[in-house]
Design a protein around this ligand. Structure first.
Ligand SMILES: Cc1cc2nc3c(=O)[nH]c(=O)nc-3n(C[C@H](O)[C@H](O)[C@H](O)COP(=O)(O)O)c2cc1C
Length: 320
């Protein structure tokens, strides 16, 4: 008797785990993903070992640090400074180079959907980096949006024609879903999103950091080694919500939201604005790796209590 009731209990708890799993499962641009909470590029993803740890902590997807053709040491320190509502960083894209990273990836078992982020100074550099990385990852993210690396990133991501060309040259050469990560440092993010879609992007990631600066009133000099940097964290969350809302309205391809998500409410807000999944960057540093399980559990309870599926929630704020 005891044995059979114990096994019943085991079965029912297994069923609950399966139900949890299924409710949060989603698909973005043909990629199946166990839950919509994804590690953003640049935080914990400098090595594949870091990505593995984040995957084990419950992220449905993980994104590598942005990788270029050659190793880069990044900007002089200080390269991160805490400001009201978040952080300013000017890391300057330090990375071991895409070929070295690919070697390191081969020895790692990452139990989450894996996005590889690349940058370049020209369409050709983007294309070569993406081609080298694509066989090792599930999806490619183009960093068209770094605000603090001269000639890289947002210098490219503010020009719709360049964005379309870069996306187009890569989309026809790789057989993995291609995501364009956009900068909010533009007059109208919808134009850049449209250009990426026209170039053949399978999805958009929005947003990268906002341009910012902090000045030390004692030394009377900019604090960051690079003088200016990119603002992340709660301060940029409303900008992310508006960007995702606008992109969702204008585009047919899915949008992955990013920007200042710390709490379950922040996560839901981006989904209601139109995000099919949400990336977490700064909150991994401020709240620790438990943030992935916390956000998923909040989302699960929110959906369960309203008898909604995740797809019911995506873009729901547009219905009014
Ligand atoms: C320290 C740091 C490094 C980052 N490095 C990258 C990067 O290499 N590539 C990239 O596309 N975004 C990078 N980002 C931007 C994040 O991926 C994310 O888009 C942004 O920080 C907004 O999300 P958050 O407010 O949750 O951090 C970085 C952000 C931080 C804070």
């Amino acid at each position: 008797m005891e044995k059979s009731s114990a096994s019943k209990k085991e079965i029912s708890s297994r069923e609950v785990v399966m139900a949890d799993h299924d409710r949060l499962k989603t698909e973005i641009a043909g990629l199946s993903i166990s839950n919509p909470v994804i590690l953003a590029s640049g935080v914990m993803g400098t090595t594949p070992g870091g990505l593995s740890r984040v995957a084990s902590a419950g992220a449905g997807g993980v994104t590598s640090k942005s990788l270029g053709l050659d190793p880069r040491s990044g900007h002089p320190s200080p390269n991160v400074v805490e400001v009201a509502g978040g952080y300013l960083n000017a890391m300057g894209l330090p990375n071991p180079g895409v070929e070295e990273y690919v070697q390191e990836l081969r020895g790692n078992d990452i139990e989450a959907t894996l996005f590889g982020s690349v940058y370049g100074q020209s369409p050709e550099e983007f294309r070569r980096a993406a081609k080298l990385l694509a066989p090792e990852v599930d999806g490619i993210e183009l960093n068209l949006s770094c605000p603090h690396a001269e000639k890289l990133g947002s210098a490219i991501g503010t020009d719709p024609r360049l964005v379309e060309n870069i996306v187009h040259s890569i989309a026809r050469e790789i057989d993995k879903p291609l995501f364009a990560k956009l900068t909010p440092n533009v007059a109208d993010i919808r134009k850049i999103g449209k250009a990426a879609e026209a170039g053949g992007a399978d999805g958009i990631v929005a947003i990268n950091t906002l341009k910012g600066m902090a000045i030390d009133v004692t030394t009377m000099r900019p604090i960051l080694g690079n003088k200016s940097g990119g603002l992340s964290g709660p301060a940029i969350h409303p900008v992310a919500v508006k960007s995702v809302y606008d992109l969702y309205e204008r585009l047919s391809i899915p949008v992955i939201g990013a920007g200042g998500v710390e709490t379950g409410e922040d996560l839901i807000e981006l989904i209601l604005a139109g995000a099919s999944a949400v990336q977490i960057g700064t909150a991994v540093a401020t709240k620790g790796m438990s943030v992935f399980k916390e956000l998923n559990s909040f989302l699960f309870d929110y959906l369960n209590s309203r008898e909604l599926s995740l797809s019911d929630l995506v873009g729901k704020a547009h219905e009014c």
